[in-house]
Structure formats: C-alpha cells, structure tokens
Ligand binder design. Structure first.
Ligand code: DQQ
Length: 463
C-alpha cells in the first residue's frame, strides 16, 4: 500500500531486490508465515525515523517470495497496555484457521518489563485485535531473568509449545519451554537448554526451534556476542541435546533470523541485515536495515546445516554474462551494483576470487576471495568506500578433499550476501561513494583453475 517516497528513489546505497520498508527503520523479521498460498513478512519497524525505537510490526505480502507489497502496520504499541513501550519480536501461527501473532510487549523506562502477548486477525491478516492481558505475564517463578522475549511457537501432537529467549543469572543464555492447550493458558516446563556462557553468550534473543530431517535445530542470537548460533541435536522429554554447534554468518551483519515452514515443506529463513555506517548517516538517509534474501535450510549428509538462497529469486535475473575461459583482470563487459554472481574455481596455492564495485581508477573496490593458505573466505572492505571504509572480514572455511569452491554472491548496492558451497554464508555491507564504482574484476593467483563465472543483472523487486 505505502510506496517508497521519491526522496529515496535515487539513493545509490538503497538495495533494490532485498526487502525493506518504504522508509525509516527496520530490524528483526517477525511472524513470517505462508497463509493461503501467500507469504506474509512482518518486521520490527519504527515509523518515526531511521533509528531504533517505538517498535511496531511492519507488514508485507508476497505471492512468489520475491516481489512484495507493503501493507498497513500490523501492531502498534497500545498506550497503557502491556506493549505500551513497544511490540518486540515474535512469530505467527495458524490456530485452527485463525491467524495469530505471539510477540513480546514491553513497558518500563528501559523496556525491562517484558511479557508475551497475543493478537488475532479476522479479516485475512490485514488488521489485528490484541488480547488486553499478556498470555505469559512474567518469567518462571523464582527466576530473576534479565530479558524475557521473542516467543517462538509450534504445534506438537498434543499441544502448543513455545520457547522464550532469556538468561539464567550465573548460568548462561537459555530458552524457557512452555506448553499450552489453546495459546492462552501457558504452563512452564523447564529450560529447553542452558548454553555455555563462554561460547554462547549470556542472553539469547530470537530463538527458533524446529525439526529438520531426523534432527532438531535451535537457532538463537546470543548477547553480548551479536552473532547467530545454531545447534543441531536431539529433542526428547522436553530437553534438547546439541550434537553439532555452529555459527551463521560468522562476523557478518545478519542478526535475529526467523524461520518458517512453507506449504512445500521447506524451512525458510530471513535475517535482519544490519547497517555498518554511523547512526547519523542512517538518520540522514531516511532508512535503515534490509532483510536477507530468503534462504532454505536443510540437513546435509554429514549432519551439518545446508543454506541456499530460494530458487524463486532467479526470476529477477535479466542480462546474463557467462564465461568459461577467463584471465585475471577487469571484465570490461560488465558493470553493475545489482548483480547475482556464481563463480566456481579450483583454488591453487594463492588467492582466487572477484573484485566488486571497482571504480575505473581502482580507488574504490571490494575484493572477495578464498585464501587457501589461511583457509578463509575474505571480504576486504578496506577500500570499499572512500568515505566509509570498513574492515577485513575473514571467515574460516574448510574445503573437503577434491572439492572446488563456489561463491554465490548477491550484490545489491550496499548489501553483499555470499553463499559458500551451500554450507556457509557471509552477509556484509559496503558503501561505495563514487557513482562509477561499478566494475568487476577477477583475482586468480598461484595456479587457481577457473571453471565458470556467471553474472546476471538483477531486476528490482518493486517494479
Ligand atoms: N530486537 C527486538 C527484540 C529482540 C531484538 C527489539 C533482537 O525483541 O530481542 O527490536 O534484535
């Protein structure tokens, strides 16, 4: 319904095929659900500017996971209500045909009073009616939990279950497990799991808990680390025992992801792509935050987590450039800041990768490459912008015996998302200042064998 204001139309940092609101601030994805074939995406939204505060739930809908239509704000804080200071993150479920949002309402000067709330819709997810009382009004008895938020709800044969992200002082980050017959009355069971504070931080935001293959997966965003961790393991007797522990987007900018099971049985995930420029620059720009391209999660044969972009995104591909026989240097035929790229090669003994957003004189450029000696994928942002240079992202990645490297890159103006061999991802930001920083180049040192390079110009999702 609301369209982007003209003032943002020519902003060269603003992504064109990653979802974002018409203007202002967005953070976590919330309540993603497929309803009667259409995907609904809600998100933490501040209608008052491009800064965090007065959290509402923004709302958009899509028939194809790619093109989105903005809808009116779904949740607004109710003065004197349990969410007077903000409608924080949560999820959406289908309760016997009734669309239901379960979210954290906050009050208190520092948003310290956190309770779980519920809202339903009777007009096809357009408007929402809140219960006037919280459904879970406080953390479990006797547990003075600092932080009690971001409910994630699912159905098991007998009942509804929910985890709420929290912390047990002196022990570590946790998710509290609850059970309910009707989504209104909730019984506290036990912590699903308490983490190792040295490894997993001390407070867990935005938990997701779901079956994947014959395992269960817990994803959470631990504070103070501001990373995303996942654990794959076994769920029995209301306890979760992790067997494999990993990180999503190590050192990247993806945070607070949310997953949903769609009608095809796919476990889809979106994550908030945070900004890496100053608060002042975000406010001046009039917008902040984007959502990752939707990803499909799977369990790989070795038991680890597989992560791929949804294939639907290919509908945005326009002009294609295909290369098999490539030398080193700038590719004169391609220029662009909204591209999908698939680059496959056998690494040699030195770096191999691409240079993106390169200005003709090389003043600005962002090399992205695999370093076989350090066994890292590197995003070198030290020269990505003349006015907003960033650091070097070095992400450990081990190639298996005989495996070649596939860098699948989504470049969308200030957003760079990289999928590595379908099992690791790095999301990053760059803010080139020059209008001509559009070039692409190949980096291949020390005997690397380039197999193929495919580049597509990408259409906007708003046309
Ligand atoms: N963002 C929300 C919280 C959540 C945090 C507030 C994670 O519900 O814990 O905007 O980014």
């Amino acid at each position: 319904m609301t369209t982007q204001p003209d003032s943002l139309a020519n902003d060269s940092q603003r992504p064109t095929y990653h979802f974002l609101p018409p203007a202002n601030w967005m953070n976590d994805p919330n309540g993603v659900i497929q309803w009667q074939g259409r995907y609904h995406l809600f998100y933490q939204y501040n209608p008052n500017g491009a800064f965090w505060g007065t959290m509402h739930w923004g709302h958009a809908v899509s028939s194809d996971l790619v093109h989105w239509q903005h809808l009116p704000v779904a949740l607004t804080p109710t003065p004197d209500g349990p969410d007077a200071m903000g409608c924080f993150s949560g999820c959406a479920v289908n309760h016997d045909g009734v669309p239901t949002l379960i979210y954290t309402g906050v009050t208190g000067k520092n948003h310290e009073i956190q309770v779980q709330c519920l809202a339903t819709s009777d007009d096809g997810l357009m408007t929402w009616q809140k219960l006037d009382k919280p459904i879970i009004p406080a953390p479990p008895d006797g547990l003075d939990a600092p932080g009690f938020r971001d409910p994630y709800v699912w159905r098991e044969a007998d009942s509804w279950y929910a985890v709420v992200g929290s912390s047990i002082p002196d022990l570590g980050g946790t998710v509290f497990l609850y059970r309910s017959p009707d989504l209104i009355e909730w019984e506290y069971l036990n912590p699903l799991l308490v983490g190792d504070p040295g490894r997993d931080g001390t407070m867990w935001e935005c938990p997701n808990f779901f079956a994947l293959g014959d395992k269960h997966v817990l994803i959470m965003s631990p504070l103070p680390l501001r990373q995303v961790h996942y654990m794959i393991g076994t769920y029995a007797n209301h306890r979760f025992t992790p067997e494999i522990v990993g990180k999503l987007d190590t050192r990247g900018i993806l945070y607070a992801p949310l997953t949903t099971l769609d009608e095809q049985g796919r476990r889809l995930m979106w994550g908030w792509l945070t900004e890496e420029r100053s608060v002042e620059a975000q406010i001046a720009a009039g917008w902040s935050g984007a959502q990752s391209v939707p990803r499909v999660l799977s369990l790989l044969p070795d038991g680890k987590l597989g992560i791929e972009p949804v294939p639907e995104i290919q509908v945005l591909r326009e002009q294609c450039y295909h290369f098999t026989d490539l030398g080193v240097g700038v590719l004169e035929s391609i220029r662009g800041d909204a591209l999908e790229i698939i680059f496959e090669f056998e690494p040699g003994v030195e770096k191999c990768g691409l240079m993106l957003r390169r200005s003709p004189n090389g003043e600005e450029q962002t090399p992205i490459y695999y370093d076989p000696q350090k066994r890292q994928v590197v995003v070198d942002r030290r020269q990505s912008s003349a006015d907003t240079p960033l650091d070097l992202l070095e992400v450990p990645f081990d190639l298996r015996e005989g495996e070649s490297l596939k860098l699948h890159i989504f470049l969308d103006r200030s957003v760079v998302e990289i999928f590595v061999n379908g099992r690791a991802t790095i999301a990053s930001r760059i803010y080139p200042s020059r209008a001509d920083s559009l070039g692409i180049g190949v980096i291949a040192e020390g005997g690397a064998q380039i197999k193929t390079l495919d580049v597509w110009e990408m259409a906007s999702i708003w046309t």
